[in-house]
Design a protein around this ligand. Structure first.
Ligand code: FES
Ligand code: FES
Length: 166
């Protein structure tokens, strides 16, 4: 009998061992990471939109880097550590991440569809550069689109966290 191949993904600190195959709950070699996060693991905070790496809605953090999860096959993620928007809150207290709180305080979204991707991109930026300039924030967010034109409020929210160094 053929040996079942499996992959290991650590998502928001929790390790998942997932079989590769075409049955329900398995990872088909054609599945993208955003598909696996949403449909297999039930983490629907990460949004699927263009599917072509053009909008940033599907951004997650993989091994410290913001990546478009629609452009990555899940089978390529064996051994990777992934953080999604669901993983930002404090697991013990349930308190929101300072960045999430700042988005609420600065009304940095309207429909909110782009927001998880924008927050994950800025979270990765702040981890690397805790005090970015306005230009650096704009540059980091150049791949994240917001159809509701919330960009000015997003900048204010990110700058408020950058100024506090949280
Ligand atoms: S859905 Fe991935 S970049 Fe648009
Ligand atoms: S808040 Fe609606 S797309 Fe950005």
């Amino acid at each position: 009998m053929a040996e079942t191949k499996s992959i290991r993904l650590t998502v928001n600190g929790q390790m998942h061992e997932l079989d590769v195959g075409s049955k329900p709950g398995q990872i088909d070699p054609a599945h993208t990471l955003v598909y696996t996060l949403r449909e297999t693991l039930g983490l629907t905070g990460t949004k699927a939109a263009c599917g072509q790496g053009a909008c940033g809605a599907c951004t997650v953090i993989m091994d410290g880097r913001a990546v478009n999860s629609c452009k990555i096959l899940t089978i390529e993620c064996d051994g990777k550590s992934i953080t999604t928007i669901e993983g930002l809150k404090d697991p013990k207290t349930g308190k929101l991440d300072p960045l999430q709180q700042a988005f609420i305080e600065h009304f940095a979204f309207q429909c909110g569809f782009c927001t998880p991707g924008i927050i994950m991109t800025t979270k990765a930026l702040l981890a690397e550069n805790p005090h970015p300039t306005e230009e650096e924030i704009k540059e980091a967010l150049s791949g994240n689109f917001c159809r509701c034109v919330s960009h000015y409020h997003v900048l204010k929210a990110v700058l408020s966290v950058a100024e506090r160094g949280e």
